[in-house]
Design a protein around this ligand. Structure first.
Ligand code: IPE
Ligand code: IPE
Ligand code: MG
Length: 250
């Protein structure tokens, strides 16, 4: 028989207490293409403007007592888009790292890029490694970029690695619990998401952070991502503070 697990809410982090700012915000940055279309511009212009919105959001988070910002920047499903758009999105991550890495590092920001390593173009692995290596000791704020990320792919890869460890005798199947499974995931160093925001008015998760959003507060905003600004973030944080999170309790 399984031994009873410790109640998960025995020691709630401060962000789970009503009135506190969220410790971890995750954002599905959606609507770049529609923003560009509405202005008669190519879709890539929307993605470029989306990078500006990301810069604004990182700056705003740092002043709002938020510790982790995780953004969805390229999904495992986004490979279905035309090659030119995929190439442009890859290029934008490279550009972001080139232009912003030094400054973010000087500000004490730790950067993590999480997602599948397979299928990425040449040079991308070195770029990811550079971000991780340079910022690994930073502690003022955490920016996590989900890139070539899929929530199901993450769980599958973790399960494969657990199965390998069991097969080689390093792991006892009985020791597999929520903590252990999470420790095998790309998001192993990320705390649970407190607030998940999706822009652009779409009401879906699109395979983002399936594990970490189990008890997140959800907000779907009508603003298109390139128009997202500090005011939108502040309103979302205020809205979060007034939510009553119960985690299955009373
Ligand atoms: C989000 O904007 C960015 C990515 C998915 C990479 P979209 O490109 O999905 O914009 P819409 O949804 O078509 O407007
Ligand atoms: C989700 O947006 C992925 C990112 C924001 C990177 P999509 O635009 O790809 O999602 P769907 O296709 O509307 O579900
Ligand atoms: Mg979209």
């Amino acid at each position: 028989m399984n031994s009873p697990k410790k109640p998960l809410n025995a020691q709630r982090p401060s962000s789970e207490i009503e009135g506190k700012a969220p410790n971890h915000i995750a954002i599905i940055m959606d609507g770049n293409g529609r923003w560009a279309n509405a202005k008669g511009l190519p879709r890539i212009a929307g993605h470029k403007e989306g990078v500006e919105a990301l810069r604004r959001t990182v700056d705003a988070c740092k002043t709002l007592e938020i510790n982790h910002l995780t953004v969805f920047s390229f999904s495992t499903e986004n490979w279905r888009r035309p090659k030119a758009e995929v190439d442009a999105l890859m290029g934008l991550l490279k550009l972001f790292v080139k232009k912003d890495l030094k400054r973010l590092h000087q500000e004490g920001v730790r950067i993590r890029i999480l997602g599948a390593q397979t299928g990425l173009p040449n040079g991308m692995h070195a770029l990811i490694e550079e971000c991780h290596e340079l910022t690994k000791n930073n502690t003022t704020f955490n920016v996590n970029i989900a890139f070539n990320y899929g929530g199901r792919a993450e769980i599958v890869e973790a399960t494969q690695n657990i199965a390998r460890s069991v097969k080689s005798g390093q792991l006892d199947p009985e020791s597999v619990d929520e903590t252990l499974l999470h420790s095998f995931m790309w998001s192993s160093e990320l705390p649970d998401v407190d607030l998940l925001i999706r822009t652009s008015g779409e009401l879906r998760i699109s395979n983002f952070l399936l594990w970490g959003i189990a008890y997140s507060e959800l907000m779907f905003l009508d603003v298109l991502w390139p128009d997202f600004g500090r005011d939108d973030l502040e309103r979302a944080v205020e809205g979060f503070k007034s939510r009553n999170r119960r985690f299955g309790g009373l």
